[in-house]
Design a binder for this molecule. Structure first.
Ligand SMILES: [Zn+2]
Length: 394
């Protein structure tokens, strides 16, 4: 079963009769998340429900579950959603990162290219020690992120070294990252991307490219991507945005989406998102497949803040609460096989759950160019349940 089929199977399992589910429901639940607004795009569900958990898995979702669970989490007035999956973070840089993310509701993360082949071991060690699922993309530049550019020296885009790093950590390195800004690659973007694809070709793993400010046009770069590859920083401004000088989406961008290439937000702090580009892109109905933060342990002090904040930014551009939750759960789970059974609250799935608050008020959201937009709604992290266990609020 591939990921898409899994999600379909998950959705059809949800329509099993109530009687079947009742029969399957264990006598005693370990935890009930009570009375929240359950928003789960994988189940096309947006309604007040109790979520029952037993043995680390979702055991039941019903309008009301009888009392008698070992523990209750009162979610009245809050959103109950599948645990969030952030496919572009730098959580692997710091042992403290995964715990911070967990309290933000993030129950799965990808470190997107913090390290190249030469520095991969400590990043993989952080991912191994993470309570929640943490996985790593190796940077094609074997020395990782360099102030003078990861692959300006083409010798650093070392196919053999990158492949050996993946093979050494086959269970934790789930793909490869190529940063293609001119400040990173010089004039080498096409050659670097070619080598990046060479690394994973025999392994069948995805490539994530960091777009924006590349020397070559996306007209040239996008056709080099294959189904399942990811374009992060999709709202980066020119040169070489996903829109042309008149603000129209490039035909190559639409073709890439039709071929199954994933377009990801990658909020970050510099060069990656500008409100006028977001406006142009969203107005043409080209919504992100996935929302991600480009998070690190300092993000609390920047325009990123946390994952729910980054999700809230797009509520002002026509997406509904359920739409942004889909980007952070169901869609994100489809990008890497490791998340194949996540991003859903379907009965039987691992009980990774984020409880969020949706507050109404006057909120300001930052892009990467010190421009702010105002919004009326913002999501805040509230509680996290990982494998059926409530995470302490540190
Ligand atoms: Zn990044």
């Amino acid at each position: 079963m591939n990921r898409r089929e899994f999600v379909h199977a998950a959705a059809s399992a949800a329509v099993l009769s109530a009687a079947t589910r009742l029969a399957a429901q264990p006598a005693r639940l370990d935890l009930v998340i009570k009375g929240g607004r359950v928003v789960d795009p994988s189940l096309r569900l947006d309604a007040t429900r109790d979520v029952g958990i037993a043995a680390g898995r979702i055991a039941a979702i019903e309008p009301t579950l009888a009392a008698g669970a070992a523990a209750t989490l009162d979610a009245r007035g809050k959103l109950v959603v599948p645990g969030l999956i952030d496919i572009h973070t730098h959580a692997g840089r710091d042992a403290a990162g995964s715990g911070m993310l967990l309290r933000d509701g993030v129950t799965g993360w990808i470190d997107a290219g913090s390290a190249g082949a030469d520095g991969i071991d400590p990043v993989v060690a952080v991912a191994r020690a993470s309570q929640q699922l943490g996985r790593v993309l190796v940077n094609i530049g074997r020395s990782g992120i360099l102030p003078d550019g990861d692959t300006k020296d083409l010798a650093l885009a070392d196919v053999g070294a990158a492949r050996a790093a993946i093979e050494r950590h086959r269970d934790y390195v789930v793909g490869i990252k190529a940063r293609l800004s001119a400040t990173v690659v010089g004039a080498n973007d096409v050659e670097v991307l070619k080598r990046t694809q060479q690394v994973v070709e025999p392994l069948g793993l995805p490539v994530m490219i960091h777009m924006g400010q590349s020397p070559s046009s996306l007209r040239e770069l996008l056709p080099m991507l294959k189904r399942g590859d990811i374009v992060t920083h999709m709202f980066a401004p020119p040169p070489n945005a996903i829109v042309d000088d008149d603000g129209r989406l490039l035909p190559e961008v639409l073709a890439a989406r039709r071929r199954g290439i994933v377009f990801d937000v990658g909020n970050g702090v510099r060069d990656h998102i500008r409100w006028d580009i977001v406006e142009q892109v969203m107005r043409q109905g080209f919504w992100p497949d996935t929302i991600s933060t480009d998070w690190n342990v300092m993000s609390r002090t920047t325009g990123v803040v946390d994952f729910p904040n980054c999700m809230s930014k797009l509520l002002g551009f026509g997406m509904s609460v359920a739409d942004v939750i889909a980007c952070a759960t169901l869609n994100a789970a489809r990008t890497f096989d490791v998340f194949h059974d996540r991003g859903t609250l379907n009965v039987g799935a691992p009980a990774d759950v984020a409880v969020l608050e949706l507050r109404e008020g006057d909120f300001e959201f930052l892009d990467n160019y010190e421009n702010t937009i105002k919004g009326r709604q913002r999501l805040f992290p509230s509680e996290t349940v990982l494998a059926g266990v409530r995470v302490p609020r540190a």
